[in-house]
Design a protein around this ligand. Structure first.
Ligand code: G16
Length: 543
């Protein structure tokens, strides 16, 4: 191992004294100025992971939905999944080691994982549009170089684009061409073919307003537009030419604030969507004639997509097991609709794509979406093969059409991870094919009013959770207090969990009216503040 080089390069990426960071929901996230050493060390870790898996590994420099001043890193495993959870502990050990201790932490990983250090490694690197991302991705490159390994710098890409190219590279192109152009070609062909199944969906008949969150998604959607000429016309706002990343715009802002982003023009009834900072999430929204805002979040997206797939499955008459995976944030109405009306089994996973993705892999078709708009659909290899084979077998024209539509859907969905652009195209195609307006889609079920709040505490690790994060086990008395507060409202539910991407505790409440959801969220926030060591301003009632 090149330990001398490791230490030499490391001196250019010193760790701030005493700084301890934890691998969170989607990698490390912090203020950008705290992350140079982490990036360097994740370059080192990616090389070890690449040697271990004998595959290309991805490193994406992004803090996704966080403010522009933050940054972070997401590691991408061979098939485009998030880094294996067993390796998160190595990531944390490496990030927090003092400089002289680096060789021993590296050797430890090599021994525990029986890594053949002579094995070649290859790393693919991407970054979002944050001003700090350029220098931080050079730190990743230094890490890779210190271990004398090869890399390809994809530069500015969305997180899902990097996941896509990693999967393509490691499956010898079976998943597609491992380039950004290959991504555009694969998705646009699938989209164009899918909407062509209905003559009414061509010639720019689909018109959509997009809030690009002033991030990489806007840039990449502009690049992709030329490939989508046949059907989709996009009005792009918050394209990064002026505004600040994720500031008063983007999927997280729209979902949490329950209001439209700043900087977009829209008429009543006009269908709009928002990406987040690295374009791995999407939410839809519109204003009705009375000016009321309506949000169509990940739960509504999961319902739309799974209904569409289920209807096609009925037509092709294949007995495939489909399930939907949600998190505790899923609106109670969505879960009831999926289970009781659609008769689809629903599972609850902990927050974090990695948890949902694994659960979804257990089914022939696993649809997973977080309410915040992060999600995708996974088709098992067998399911995919059965559907593809059907297209060329002796069946009726109607059946063949349905099978073709499923094949196009499989090709259009980025199965490696949630992808705002891919999800947007799937949704637009479904709405057009089913002749659904955004209002009709919204009316499929009515969300229970809900509210999300953040509480600052001295150490968010004091809150521990169980039951897919729906209940707390520490600090003492908090869950009892939440249970007591919930009992005072109709159709109410609330939970508390520490964020894994921001230094806050998240509070979620839903109830029969917005007033009650707001009151409950406030009361739970106060309980968190009092029992979990709140700092700064005491939470105030929302009304
Ligand atoms: C990341 C994860 C998501 C998660 C979100 C918020 O999203 O990929 O699965 O829902 O963080 O996590 P937390 O509540 O723990 O802060 P993104 O889009 O920021 O990468």
């Amino acid at each position: 191992m090149h330990m001398e080089a490791v230490l030499k390069f490391s001196s250019q990426h010193p760790k701030p004294a005493g700084l301890i960071l934890q691998y969170g929901t989607a990698g490390f996230r912090s203020r950008a100025e705290h992350l140079d050493h982490v990036m360097y060390r994740m370059g080192l870790l990616a090389v070890l992971r690449s040697k271990k898996t004998k595959s290309v590994i991805g490193v994406m420099v992004t803090a996704s939905h966080n403010p522009e001043e933050d940054n972070g890193v997401k590691l991408v495993d061979p098939l485009g999944e998030m880094l294996a959870q067993e390796w998160e502990v190595y990531a944390t050990d490496l990030a927090n080691a003092e400089e002289q201790g680096l060789p021993s932490v590296l050797n430890d990983i090599i021994q525990k994982e029986s890594i053949d250090i002579k094995q070649e490694a290859f790393i693919a690197i991407g970054r979002d549009t944050r001003p700090s991302s350029t220098v931080l991705s050079s730190a990743v490159i230094d890490g890779v170089t210190a271990l004398a390994s090869k890399f390809h710098d994809y530069g500015l890409v969305t997180t899902p684009q990097l996941h896509y190219v990693i999967c393509c590279r490691n499956t010898n192109g079976r998943y597609g061409q491992p380039t950004v152009d290959g991504y555009y070609q694969k998705l646009s062909k699938a989209f164009n073919d899918l909407v062509k199944q209905d003559p009414g969906c061509g010639d720019k008949s689909i018109c959509l307003t997009v809030d690009g969150a002033n991030g990489i998604g806007a840039l990449k959607l502009k690049e992709m537009e030329q490939y989508l000429q046949s059907a989709l016309s996009v009005k792009l706002y918050n394209d990064g030419s002026e505004g600040k990343l994720n500031f008063q715009c983007g999927a997280d802002y729209v979902k949490v604030q329950q209001k439209p982003p700043e900087g977009i023009e829209k008429k009543p009834g006009e269908r709009c969507c928002s990406f987040d900072g690295d374009a791995d999430r999407i939410v839809y929204f519109y204003n009705d004639d009375a000016g009321n805002f309506h949000l169509l979040d990940g739960d509504k997206i999961a319902t739309l997509i799974s209904t569409f797939i289920k209807e096609l499955l009925v037509q092709i008459d294949l007995n495939l097991k489909m399930a939907v995976v949600q998190t505790a944030y899923a609106n109670g109405s969505s879960t009831r609709y999926l289970e009781n009306v659609m008769k689809v089994p629903v599972y609850c996973a902990k927050t974090g794509v990695k948890h949902l993705h694994h659960k979804a892999q257990e089914f022939d078709i696993g649809v997973y979406f977080e309410a915040n708009g992060h999600g995708t659909v996974l088709f098992s290899r067998t399911a995919e093969e059965q559907i593809r084979q059907l297209v060329s077998s002796e069946i009726t024209d109607d059946k063949r059409k349905a099978a073709k539509m499923l094949v196009n859907t499989i090709d259009l969905i980025n199965q490696t991870v949630g992808d705002a652009i891919s999800d947007m195209l799937v949704i637009e195609a479904i709405l057009c094919l089913k002749r659904l307006t955004v209002q009709k889609w919204d009316e499929i079920y009515t969300d229970l009013p809900n509210r999300q709040l953040k509480v600052k505490v001295a150490d968010r690790k004091v809150i521990e959770t169980t039951d897919a994060e729906r209940r707390t086990t520490t600090p003492a008395g908090l869950q009892e207090k939440v249970d007591y507060l919930v009992k005072n409202y109709n159709l109410a539910r609330a939970f508390v969990r520490p964020s894994g991407t921001e230094d806050v505790v998240r509070v979620y409440a839903e109830a029969d009216t917005q007033e009650n959801a707001d009151a409950l969220a406030y009361e739970v926030s106060l309980a968190v503040y009092e029992l979990a060591g709140g700092v700064g301003e005491v939470p105030k009632p929302l009304r």
